[in-house]
Ligand binder design. Structure first.
Ligand code: ADP
Length: 244
């Protein structure tokens, strides 16, 4: 087991967002988290990378166990080394080129030399089909291209797990496909991924497991096949009926 998450809880003031969330992940798994807006999917993902601090919960990642509510900065750095986050709004530095955005985590983040970082960065950009845009600034790229840079940045550090937070939801519809295509090919190469998304076709085709969340709990989980063809819970059935 690459990652084991147990008992994640999180409230914002009196708003309880995560009640007791568990998740298991093996290497090569693509877990898609589905659920209505406001059910806590993004918050859960952010807790795994300490972008939010959980109120309770534990994580075991690659044999290292820690408390999500009180991890030390050393433990947090350890998790961030093994995970990478793809943001809904790309989070690129506007004053840095595509390549600089990708290599920053290698040079500043990991102390890698400039030349080696450049080589790895270009390889990552090639993987997302953007090698020829390496010297462009974010404003010179489409939203889909910017998000592909965001994905290149995530994979350049060779993480064990990539966390995708609604990676296509800020995109114009005609740009969604190119980003999903890149994610598909990463999945096919065996990248371990947790993906919060509303893209049902992607979930159906690419997910090894689906987790359905509502009101801060996991209502149902199963293989993609089980989930879409034979959902067990009323809540899941209603959700699928509305969305498919
Ligand atoms: P989902 O990803 O399923 O749409 P979110 O995790 O984004 O759900 O949000 C779950 C709930 O947590 C929502 O009610 C949202 O308003 C609240 N929430 C999320 N982030 C914050 C925050 N930083 N401060 C206060 N409330 C938040």
């Amino acid at each position: 087991m690459l990652m084991q998450i147990r008992g994640v809880r999180k409230s914002f003031q009196d708003n309880t967002v995560l009640r007791d969330v568990n998740m298991d992940l093996d290497r090569g798994d693509v877990v898609v988290i589905l659920g209505p807006s406001g059910s806590g999917k993004t918050t859960f993902l952010r807790c795994l990378n300490f972008l939010e601090q959980a109120d309770a919960g534990s994580m075991e990642l690659d044999g290292v166990k820690l408390d999500l509510s009180k991890a030390s900065s050393k433990e947090i750095a350890g998790v961030r080394k093994k995970t990478a986050f793809v943001f809904q709004n790309y989070n690129l530095f506007a004053n840095k080129t595509a390549l600089e955005n990708v290599t920053l985590g290698l040079t500043a983040g990991r102390g890698m030399g400039k030349d080696e970082a450049r080589e790895i960065g270009l390889r990552a950009l090639r993987k997302v089909g953007l090698a020829e845009r390496a010297d462009y600034y974010p404003a010179q790229l489409s939203g889909g291209q910017q998000q592909r840079v965001g994905i290149a940045r995530a994979i350049a550090v060779r993480p064990d797990v990539v966390l995708f937070d609604e990676p296509t939801s800020a995109l114009d519809p005609e740009l969604v496909g190119e980003v999903l295509q890149v994610m598909r090919s990463l999945a096919e190469e065996g990248m371990t991924m947790i993906v919060v998304t509303h893209e049902m076709k992607f979930a159906r085709d690419v997910a090894s497991h689906v987790i359905f969340m509502a009101d801060g709990v996991v209502v149902e989980e199963g293989t993609s096949e089980e989930f879409f063809t034979n959902p067990q819970q009323e809540r899941t059935k209603k959700f699928l009926k509305r969305i498919l």
